[in-house]
Write a protein that binds this ligand. Structure first.
Ligand code: 3HC
Length: 310
């Protein structure tokens, strides 16, 4: 099963990566970004393609297929005619509900809607649309970086038509992904497990169990993960990880998900990780330098030092 035309809403790391994956299968793909200028989104994406070709990670012909099939716009009306529309905007319930309700009115009844949310309820988002659309609504949760990570969590609600689930699962397989069908439970499988892991790593750092590098090395060399927890948090984005923890804490009310104070303070100061150049590591240096001074600084600052109460 393939789609004649696909729409992706949100030109950030996830949205643009997913758009590349769809477009490289030869499907005309519309990437909508309403906040950042579309030229900036295009430049980022084409810059990534060029780097991947130079590094031998992408065949030039595949790059050409992406460029030929991908169009960029700031206008949601350009999604008309899309059979499958996937949302990858900011992880905020209100923003996603407004988007889906707008799209429900403007797109034909056959269009399938999907959300890339990881920590909001698909049932809640689907309820921003009408009764008929809810049968054609599901979650499709990709992982960062979407061009590399194979898994997609496909998340039907109790109302999703089984044929829609099958069609989407099949489409994911055609794109070279590994879809698994997961029950609609916030965090699904991966973030339910990964969230507490990242939160715990920050708590261990607050408590002085080791330096940033110690903890990263421990997990890379001792548990075989490709990135240590702080490399991973910086890679995903401190803003995204904080939103993930907050959303899951709101749902499950367990300490395991509660955003640690250090993470909240870093976010307040605008430290978002690799994409902003600064987080648990300083990316202005090559290779990036761990930012242990920052943790010590928070401890010296006198106000309830992170981890000092335990
Ligand atoms: N087209 C365009 N870019 C490509 C490409 C292609 N065909 N193939 C690779 N690239 C890019 C990659 O995206 C990556 O770019 P980036 O560094 O800017 O992100 C770069 O080329 C290197 O890719 P490689 O696979 O060759 O490089 P590595 O072997 O160094 O692996 C990694 C990098 C895949 C990020 C690896 O370190 C890894 O697997 N890390 C863990 C990632 C992870 O756990 N992701 C899940 C996070 S949880 C999540 O996403 C949930 C969400 O809800 C928050």
């Amino acid at each position: 099963m393939s789609f004649v035309k696909v729409g992706i809403v949100g030109g950030g790391v996830m949205g643009s990566g997913i758009a590349q994956v769809v477009a490289q299968t030869g499907v005309p793909t519309v990437l909508v970004e309403t906040i950042v200028e579309t030229d900036v989104v295009r430049d980022h994406l084409e810059g990534r393609l060029a780097k991947a070709v130079d590094a031998g990670r992408l065949e030039p012909e595949v790059r050409d297929t992406v460029v030929a099939n991908l169009s960029y716009t700031a206008d949601l009306d350009d999604l008309k005619g899309c059979e499958f529309v996937l949302e990858a905007i900011v992880e905020e319930r209100g923003a996603k509900e407004v988007l889906f309700s707008t799209l429900d009115e403007s797109l034909g009844p056959e269009a399938i809607f999907a959300s890339n949310t990881s920590t909001l309820s698909i049932t809640t988002l689907a309820s921003a649309t009408g009764e008929m659309r809810r049968k054609r609504f599901l979650g499709c949760h990709f992982f960062n970086p979407p061009v590399v990570m194979a898994l997609v969590e496909v998340v039907p609600t109790v109302e999703t038509d089984p044929d829609v689930v099958e069609a989407v699962r099949d489409f994911m397989q055609r794109m070279g992904k590994t879809p698994i069908v997961v029950r609609d439970s916030r965090g699904f499988i991966v973030n339910r497990l990964l969230g507490p892991y990242m939160v715990d790593a920050v708590r261990l750092l607050e408590r002085g169990l080791g330096t940033i590098e110690d903890l990263d090395t421990a997990m890379r060399e001792g548990a075989g993960v490709p990135m240590g927890p702080f490399q991973l948090i910086d890679y995903i984005g401190i803003d995204v990880v904080h939103a993930m923890a907050s959303n899951l804490y709101e749902e499950y009310r367990t300490e395991a998900f509660a955003p640690p104070e250090l993470l909240s303070r870093m976010l307040t100061l605008g430290y978002v990780g690799r994409k902003g150049g600064f987080g648990f590591y300083d990316y202005s240096a090559k290779p990036p330098v761990p930012n242990d001074e920052l943790v010590r600084g928070f401890k010296r600052s006198g106000e309830a030092a992170p981890g000092s109460g335990s």
